[in-house]
Write a protein that binds this ligand. Structure first.
Ligand code: KG4
Ligand code: ZN
Length: 340
């Protein structure tokens, strides 16, 4: 069969990204323009600023992806784009650019769910990986425990009732003065702290063994900080970071292991920005090794938002002939497994 090359575009939050992917697995190019420095000034992503920056960067990033891959549009078989979930303005920039390229070059268009992209990032470096497998998706906007039953087919076992794991990292980081984005910063300072110094709560969600809740943990950290301030006590930032992180990791690992046992999975994958977290990787690895499970996770560059993962997910839609019309729209609250 002929090799299928997909030009993929991702702009759902604060990364403007394009990539060329061959047969859903081989990365020919992966260009990411990160706006993080811009948003750091404001302590979080400002949607209006993100949209404007995407408009400025989208065409150069697409051109760079084609150049790096050594291909022209004539060599490409389809154009894929994230169309949800995410911020509506940023999503619209990518969707409009993808539609324009697809129309101008006479190529089919494939709308991709952002979370499917994160899960599919695992295919890029694991050529033998095939569904079904269990996947814990932990990003700035989402915390989902899912079964990837087949390509494009998911069963959601659990999700967060409030904050996403990455969101909790970002909020706690802000409270202890680390700034945005908090995840990598907490990861770093936690290495110097004692994870047992403070007993933060491990939240359970009644009757939902696979659901998550992180807002109670976040409040517990804020209370701890307030009380220390009222008593005039100095806080140890590294201990707070390490103890908070231990509470997050414990819950993520425990629920994932519970699901692996209950559903009989031998393969457990991680996905999303927080999948880069060193404590989560270590905790999950240890738990998997104890139970004889295989743990799979993408390199950090494919954990954070990128377009290579979108090209990986799009390939299986291409094979099935699931193309989108030129009326494809951005859907900020698109649900996993839903196709429009
Ligand atoms: O997947 P992603 O790039 O964007 C979304 O789709 O949300 O995830 C971004 C999130 C941010 O909350 C960031 O703080 C977190 O991932 N993150 C981390 C680490 N690297 C990024 N959290 C914990 N430890 C890390 N090393
Ligand atoms: Zn993401």
């Amino acid at each position: 069969m002929k090799d299928i090359k997909i030009l993929a575009i991702e702009s759902s939050c604060d990364e403007t990204a394009a990539a060329v992917i061959e047969n859903g697995r081989k990365v020919l190019s992966n260009v990411i323009y990160s706006q993080i420095d811009l948003h750091t000034l404001y302590g979080g992503v400002v949607p209006e600023i993100a949209s404007r920056k995407h408009i400025e960067k989208i065409n150069p990033v697409i051109e760079q992806a084609l150049t790096d891959a050594g291909v022209g549009l004539k060599d490409v078989d389809a154009v894929a784009v994230t169309y949800g979930p995410g911020l509506v303005g940023p999503l619209l920039v990518g969707v409009s650019a993808a539609k324009a390229v697809a129309y101008a070059a006479g190529l089919p268009l494939i709308g991709v769910h952002h979370i499917e992209g994160h899960v599919s990032a695992n295919f890029l470096e694991h050529p033998d990986l095939e569904p079904p497998f269990l996947c814990l998706i932990v990003s700035g906007g989402h915390t989902h425990l899912v079964i990837m039953k087949d390509y494009g087919e998911y069963e959601i076992l659990g999700r967060t009732h409030d904050d996403a794991a990455g969101e909790a990292y970002d909020k706690v980081a802000r409270a202890i003065g680390l700034g945005y984005p908090g995840g990598p910063k907490i990861d770093k300072v936690a290495k110097e702290g004692n994870p047992k110094a403070i007993a933060f709560p491990r939240a359970k969600v009644d009757d939902c063994p696979y659901d998550f809740s992180f807002s109670g943990l976040k409040s517990a950290v804020l209370n701890y900080l307030n009380q220390a301030e009222m008593k005039g006590e100095e806080i140890n930032r590294n201990d707070v970071a390490a103890s908070f992180q231990a509470a997050v990791v414990d819950v993520l690992v425990e629920k994932t292991m519970h699901a692996a046992k209950e559903y009989g999975f031998k393969k457990v994958a991680l996905a999303g920005g927080v999948a880069s977290n060193s404590a989560l990787r270590a905790g999950m690895k240890e738990a998997c090794e104890k139970r004889g499970l295989t743990m799979i996770y993408p390199s950090p560059i494919y954990c954070t938002d990128n377009a290579a993962m979108i090209g990986a997910a799009a390939y299986y839609e291409y094979i099935k002939g699931n193309f989108s019309g030129l009326d494809l729209n951005a859907i900020p609250n698109l649900r996993l497994g839903e196709r429009k």
